[in-house]
Design a protein around this ligand. Structure first.
Ligand code: IMP
Length: 437
């Protein structure tokens, strides 16, 4: 299988877990390159068991696959160890198959406290500008990384330096929590040190020099599946800033988050849902605040896998996906949850925006919030396919005619071939153009 990046082409929750799980069958290594336990990848196994993974790459359910958590990921040891224990209880072998970068940064209890306190403070402000984060400490952990104050996994090895760094960090964070955020609960140095020393003992078997592991695998002709979390429109550089996550889910993040060269990557698959969802705040041009949006949420079971929050729902936005395809050099699209649209009497596809001030048509996405606030979507409408069954289709050509019309138009608008179509949660409910590998 060619070395492949799989990334979200919208605002997240596109169903990347399922696509990674499918392709992992032909990969040697599945590596996660950014984000943290803010992600929630849902995987349904052929025996009906369903899992939500937050940190461990979805490839773990394929016994011959090696899984890597790269240096670009921020790791919460509590979440990681919980996840390892959960899948071990289900009979999955993790030891010897999961490798974690020694340079990955750790999420500390104070990161989660600051994340929640900062959001609560923003929410109280008049303009209600809270990002709507997952509260998993992601932003504050990346802040420390870039301020060169972060604690990396490798730091756990040197206990004296670790204690010194933690003492310094905790004194500063407590001051921030108390004086800026008015928090009543503060961090205790000794209990954090004790807790992280215990984590270190348990995590030790998984820690390694992952860039070396990955580059040796590339040299030996092994195939790599590089898994992004969140999605391109939540990218810190290319998303709808500041309503974004604090890392680079876009294709470039795979190189910096894993330590592999760009030339080692053969293709990029953009995963997009057949409609659009978003969790948290920020612009969403095709959002439906009516009963159609409600129906999409209900049929698509659109509730956050990490936080349980109801997702905002709307029609497919081809302007946005055209943009993310461009930024990431997407070679093919995997379109998920097409079956959800079967309940709709009519299906719409946003092909352009119209500027509300002067009626000018806009073809290119912008991340400028003021411009996004002054546009409305222009839709192409499609007859629904309510009574027509998609089940049993073995290829795109077997799908009912109105579905094919929608797919043809969508493909044309996003300027990229759709090579994988998902019509249900199971591995078998997938239509692929030719071989997946
Ligand atoms: P954070 O990543 O927790 O800092 O949250 C920043 C923004 O990204 C918020 O709008 C979250 O709802 C969103 N976000 C983070 N992780 C995911 C995800 O896995 N799926 C969808 N949205 C996410």
């Amino acid at each position: 299988m060619p070395n492949t990046i799989i990334l979200g082409a919208q605002w997240g929750d596109e169903g990347k877990g399922k696509i990674v799980d499918l392709l992992a069958a032909d990969a040697d290594i599945v590596a996660r390159y950014q984000g943290g336990a803010n992600a929630g990848h849902t995987i349904k196994l052929p025996d009906g068991r369903e899992f939500v993974l937050h940190l461990i790459p979805s490839g773990i359910f394929h016994p011959d696959v090696t899984c890597v958590i790269g240096n670009g990921v921020v790791i919460d040891p509590v979440a990681l160890l919980e996840e390892i224990h959960m899948i071990e209880r289900e009979g999955v072998l993790v030891r010897g198959r999961l490798f974690i970068s020694h340079n990955a940064h750790l999420i500390m209890p104070y990161h989660k406290m600051i994340d929640k306190a900062a959001e609560a403070r923003l929410a109280q402000q008049k303009d209600g500008s809270a990002v709507g984060t997952t509260g998993r400490g992601i932003g504050p952990a990346y802040e420390d990384k870039f301020a060169r104050k972060g604690i990396r996994i490798v730091d756990l090895l040197d206990r004296e330096t670790l204690r010194e760094k933690l003492r310094h960090n905790i004194a500063e964070k407590n001051e921030l929590l108390e004086k800026v955020y008015g928090a009543s609960e503060l961090c205790d140095v000794d209990s954090i040190i004790h807790e992280y020393e215990l984590f270190d003992q348990e995590m030790d078997v998984y820690i390694t020099d992952t860039p070396l592991l990955l580059n040796r695998a590339i040299r030996d002709g092994k195939s790599l599946l590089l898994e992004g979390a969140q999605a391109a429109l939540l990218d810190i550089d290319f998303g709808t800033y500041p309503y974004v996550t604090s890392s680079n889910p876009t294709a470039g993040g795979a190189c910096t988050g894993l330590g592999i060269p760009p030339m080692a990557i053969d293709r990029v698959i953009g995963v997009a849902k057949a409609y659009t969802t978003r969790v948290g705040n920020g612009p969403f041009p095709t959002e439906l605040l009516d009963e159609t949006g409600e129906l999409l949420r209900k049929v698509g079971r659109e509730y956050g896998a990490t936080t349980g929050r109801p997702r905002r729902c709307g029609w497919f936005d081809a302007v946005a996906v055209r943009y993310t395809n461009m930024i990431n050099g997407v070679s093919s699209v995997a379109l998920t949850k097409l079956d959800v649209l079967s309940d709709m009497p009519e299906v719409k596809l946003c092909t352009r925006y119209e500027r509300t001030t002067d009626g000018k048509q806009i073809e290119h996405f912008t991340t400028d919030l003021r411009q996004l606030a002054a546009i409305r979507p222009i839709y192409e409408s499609f007859e629904g396919w309510r009574a027509l069954d998609m089940k049993g289709a073995a290829s795109r050509e077997d799908l009912p005619r109105p579905v094919q019309k929608y797919l043809d138009a969508l493909e044309h608008e996003v300027e990229c071939p759709i090579e994988i179509i998902s019509i249900g949660a199971g591995r078998e409910e997938t239509l692929a153009a030719g071989s997946l590998v």
